[in-house]
Design a binder for this molecule. Structure first.
Ligand code: ADP
Ligand code: MG
Length: 140
């Protein structure tokens, strides 16, 4: 299996509860390596652009407001089959449906405030990494 990269966000509900380290530990224990990380306050424009694929969905406005409600930690993760590995440790979008031992089952507050984002394909991982990071900021 090839070593690949994915993009992760520790969302405002998690940073607010001081869970950056706890979430990162679960990512690392799942075999992912944090090769870039920064804590940022997203602007409305940044959040709207990032979630543009969801702009027709009824929850889009609330999702953007939630994502700018506090700081987030954006990360590049590296590991074997990183996109799937990360999606597996994240768990289902709705924490009520997430498996035991996943980040969302352990920490998410709701289907919206679900503690983490993770890319859903290698193609989107590249787009999302490029949205937040310069290649120089990523050190594997
Ligand atoms: P995932 O983050 O698991 O890839 P989606 O890409 O479908 O899920 O949705 C993006 C984000 O939008 C979710 O992580 C969650 O924060 C929010 N979201 C998804 N579905 C809903 C919903 N029905 N109501 C409110 N927020 C939602
Ligand atoms: Mg998604």
């Amino acid at each position: 299996m090839a070593v690949t990269r994915t993009f992760s966000i520790i969302k405002p509900d998690a940073t607010r509860r001081n869970l950056t380290g706890a979430v990162t530990k679960m990512l690392e224990e799942a075999g992912l390596r944090v090769v870039a990380s920064k804590r940022i306050q997203m602007t409305k424009e940044q959040a709207e652009g990032f979630y543009a694929v969801h702009k027709e969905r009824p929850f889009f406005g609330e999702l953007v407001d939630f994502m700018i409600s506090g700081p987030v930690v954006v990360q590049v993760l590296e590991g074997e089959d990183a996109v799937k590995r990360n999606r597996d440790v994240m768990g289902a979008t709705n924490p009520a449906d997430a498996d035991d031992g996943t980040i969302r089952k352990t920490y998410a507050e709701s289907i919206e405030a679900n503690s983490v984002h993770g890319s859903d394909s290698d193609e989107n991982a590249k787009i999302e990494i490029d949205y937040f990071f310069d290649e120089k900021e990523i050190v594997g």
